[in-house]
Design a protein around this ligand. Sequence first.
Ligand SMILES: [Zn+2]
Length: 64
Amino acid sequence: MPDVEYMLFCCRNLEHTCGFRVQSKTKEEAMEHARAHMSSEQGMTEIPKETERKIEEAIKPVYV
Ligand SMILES: [Zn+2]
């Protein structure tokens, strides 16, 4: 059984022109980074539910 090495978030899945990527140990951590990135970059003070869902979908586990 492969181990999950890390969770990878690519902003490109949401914003096709954005090259932001972040990797974290857990999905929750990746979500945090993604949220922070969205709010600083898109100037969102609150992340809409829809965006939150897209972020979650964009986070993929990377196996070794
Ligand atoms: Zn971005």
